[in-house]
Design a protein around this ligand. Structure first.
Ligand code: FAD
Length: 454
């Protein structure tokens, strides 16, 4: 797929990947073997009929292709851009055994973008309202999926969102150059076109508790994500210039910090930036820092390149753009000047030992290997957990490891009567498509519970 050249794109926030032109999309779709038992569908957490939609693309019937995808996926333009297809649908593609799998994600993106270019998308016909009301807490991928699925079954759905814009991490976390906000808005608009009511600036647990919502609604689905950032717990984390990835990316994306002063939110312009972590969040933070004008950006990661959890495509993009990777490096202390600003990071070298519980080789510190990286900003992107507000204000709602809400993996039902949950708030920080899959299963379970059926 064509993309902006690295030297050009590090100076702008426009999308890096440019998408397939129609003839290339048809050619790529024409490679599909339309397997009798399509492994790609099994690999998709929301079960998109992949051979079905790819077949329509090959024939040039793009409108039919969009309809096919949207039967099971309300957010195709998002999934086509950020899903880890290489570990899901594309991993199961027969063609991938000997060469390149069909580029399913890129085709999904193509059909969604094609629809957008045609003007307003088609909203499917809605059944009459069935008299039941559903409250959804959070408007990220999990909340949006439940909202769409239940609206299409005749429920009156209200989605409560703490922030001033809907979309969850798609809006406040993933940067514009990877997922343009106009696309997220369009997908949110599609869900709203299904008569879903969206209440913004509404913090459930503060504005109103889950218990109060249950007085008015037949069921509550909690999809509040995992927005509480972790820090390293090392000396110096209170210095100026030290950010969590959440704060850094929210200022830039949601608050449009990259357009300061045209927009109100300032974002510190740093010259040397260290990002701690090796996942998608770390890559996004590092690439954002470069675009904000940093001279040098380092990813400081305690394991090796082989263990990087970020998508390979995003690591490659970061490398092309000039991000420097300091592998097997552990930050142990943040050093500041007498005015309280970060000036450097004391690090220690690591080496890989035996595999740990995750199956990855455990990093072990090398004694006496300390060295200093001069830096004026650091961004911590080592993970997140759910905000405790909802469990704290909902008696009887059980939580587990890391403050996640305990819910049945098949149905999303929690320990609280009439309360379901899904997405990152249950699993801890995961992926867009796994949140959508959880939403899909919960929507089915809520429907079954409220209609007394199976
Ligand atoms: P979220 O998207 O977190 O949405 C939760 C929503 O609930 C938020 O809008 C929040 O404001 C709202 N909320 C929270 N508390 C309340 C409350 N009390 N009342 C009302 N509303 C509330 N995944 C991928 O698959 N591919 C990627 O490339 C990728 N990149 C990522 C990059 C970054 C920077 C980040 C942070 C994550 C990335 N992820 C990626 C992970 C993915 O975005 C999440 O797994 C997914 O968004 C989780 O969806 P969710 O609906 O569970 O929660």
């Amino acid at each position: 797929m064509p993309k902006q050249e690295p030297f050009e794109r590090v100076r702008n926030f426009d999308e890096v990947a440019l998408g397939y032109p129609p003839e290339l999309a048809r050619e790529e779709a024409g490679r599909c073997l339309t397997c009798k038992k399509p492994g790609c569908v099994e690999g998709c957490p929301v079960g998109v009929d992949i051979p079905g939609f790819v077949g329509f693309v090959a024939e040039g019937e793009f409108a039919a292709a969009v309809r096919k995808v949207k039967e099971t996926n309300a957010l195709p333009a998002v999934c086509g851009r950020v899903c880890p297809q290489e570990e899901q649908c594309e991993r199961n593609c027969l063609l991938g055994k000997k060469g390149d799998p069909v580029a399913i994600g890129r085709l999904e993106r193509f059909v969604a973008d094609w629809e957008a270019q045609q003007g307003a998308g088609e909203a499917p016909p809605l059944p009459p309202l069935n008299g039941r009301r559903i409250a959804i807490v959070g408007s990220g991928p999990a909340g949006l999926t439940v909202a769409a699925d239940l609206a299409l079954k005749g429920y009156e759905v209200t989605m409560f969102e703490a922030l001033h814009e809907a979309g969850g991490v798609l809006t406040y976390g993933i940067p514009e150059f990877r997922l343009p906000k106009a696309i997220v808005r369009r997908e949110v608009q599609y869900v709203r076109s299904l008569s879903v009511d969206l209440r913004l600036d509404y913090v459930v647990g503060k504005t109103r508790t889950v218990e109060r919502l249950l007085e008015e609604y037949d069921a509550v689905f909690v999809a509040a994500g995992a927005g509480l950032p972790w820090f390293l717990g090392i000396p110096g984390e209170n210095l100026n210039g030290v950010f969590s990835a959440n704060e850094y990316l929210t200022r830039c994306n949601l608050m449009r910090g990259f357009r300061f002063p045209a927009w109100d939110t300032p974002l510190k312009r740093s010259t040397r930036v260290a990002v701690f972590g090796g996942g998608n969040v770390a890559m996004d933070s590092a690439r954002t820092a470069l675009r904000l004008g940093a001279d040098e950006v380092h990813i400081v990661y305690r394991r090796s390149k082989a263990e990087l959890p970020a998508r390979a495509e995003e690591v490659e993009n970061a490398e092309e753009e000039g991000v420097i990777f300091d592998f097997l490096t552990l930050p142990v202390r943040l050093i500041g000047d007498d005015r309280g600003w970060l000036t450097g990071i004391e690090c220690r070298r690591m080496e890989l030992g035996e595999p740990d519980d995750s199956g990855r080789r455990r990093p072990v510190e090398v004694p006496g290997s300390e060295f200093c990286l001069p830096m004026d900003a650091s961004i911590c992107a080592i993970g997140n957990s759910p905000n405790p507000l909802i469990p704290m204000t909902t008696p009887g709602l059980e939580t587990g490891k890391g403050g996640t809400i305990t819910a049945d993996p098949e149905t999303g039902l929690t320990s609280h009567d009439r309360v379901w949950a899904g997405g990152d708030v249950v699993t801890g920080a995961a992926t867009v498509i796994s949140a959508m899959g959880a939403g899909r299963r919960a929507a089915r379970a809520i429907h079954a519970a409220l209609t007394g059926g199976g």
